[in-house]
Design a protein around this ligand. Structure first.
Ligand code: PXG
Length: 290
């Protein structure tokens, strides 16, 4: 495997960064998780846009312009002969001194890893997930804004541990007001009648790229899409529920906090959206080899 670090490619063994990097010392940095399908990088521009927005929010100036980062992602895929896989793009504050001060970090580091990922076992895509609500809430906008895809994921990791401790693969995170925000690495949707509903970004959801793709597909196929505040009650009484994310793709949920959702089986709206999603992932994106 060839890993990109600051313009050079290293073998897995030699791909190293400083122990003084503030990405490691403080979680000071931002990242993206991107997928490649069928020799193309899916929604690359959208991911790099979001990377720049995250960086801007934490006053981190990226060392390369938008177009050069896109090129580096594609080139890393090419050098790894990747056609289908997962790309982790990380930008750290860079090596500094002990102490929080980010101004001591002179050069941010850009790291690109092109590999594989499977977030959930295959059977859950057929049967659906059972998930639970966990005590750890999503970060406040006034603390660490949940729209920032920062290297500090402890909030979500704690929620993930709480789910695992209860024998579940995934956790629903509420916001401080008790409204549904999202899961630990996925956005959440419900179907109610002819409506597709997902929490608004203001409820603490990440501006998910898969979320937006699914909203666009749903609108095209005539579903009414809305983004109201949702409570657990709304989830329990939904006809269908599913999660979306680059890693997870589109995955059904059939049980929440012990309540069976709809028929307890992946529903027709989900099945159609999964089909449309994969038609799109296989036919669009930034070409790696042309
Ligand atoms: N919410 C959170 C908190 C996320 O981290 C999503 C929603 C979905 O967003 P996208 O843009 O991917 O549709 C994410 C994305 C991993 C992994 O390594 C996590 C994500 C994506 C890819 C891999 O667990 N999270």
């Amino acid at each position: 495997m060839k890993i990109y670090i600051d313009g050079k490619y290293y073998s897995e063994r030699d791909a190293k960064i400083s122990v003084f990097d503030h990405g490691l010392l403080y979680g000071d940095g931002v990242f993206e998780g991107i997928r490649a399908y069928n020799g193309r990088v899916f929604k690359l521009k959208e991911h790099i846009d979001r990377l720049f927005y995250s960086a801007k929010a934490i006053l981190l100036t990226l060392p390369l312009p938008h177009a050069r980062i896109m090129e580096a992602v594609v080139e890393t895929c090419r050098r790894n002969k990747l056609r289908d896989g997962y790309i982790r793009l990380v930008v750290t504050r860079g090596a500094g001194t002990l102490g929080l001060n980010p101004n001591r970090c002179k050069n941010p580091s850009v790291i690109i890893i092109a590999d594989k990922i499977q977030l959930y076992p295959e059977e859950y895509y057929r049967k659906g997930l059972e998930i639970i609500t966990v005590p750890t809430t999503r970060n406040l906008h006034s603390a660490l804004n949940p729209a920032i895809k920062s290297l500090n994921y402890l909030n979500n990791i704690l929620a993930k541990i709480e789910a695992a401790n209860s024998g579940c693969e995934e956790a629903i995170m509420l916001n401080a007001e008790g409204f549904v925000a999202e899961c630990t690495g996925d956005n959440i949707f419900i179907v109610k009648g002819n409506h597709l509903l997902t929490p608004p970004l203001s409820a603490g959801a990440l501006y998910g790229i898969t979320r937006q793709t699914v909203i666009d597909l749903a609108k095209k196929s005539g579903l009414a899409v809305a983004e109201p505040n949702l409570t657990r009650y709304d989830l329990f009484n939904a006809d269908e529920c599913f999660l979306t994310g680059t890693g997870a793709e589109v995955i059904p949920v059939v049980k929440i906090d012990g309540r069976i959702i709809g028929t307890g089986k992946p529903g027709p709206v989900l099945r159609r959206l999964v089909e449309q999603y994969h038609a799109l992932t296989n036919s669009s994106g930034e070409p790696i080899y042309e």
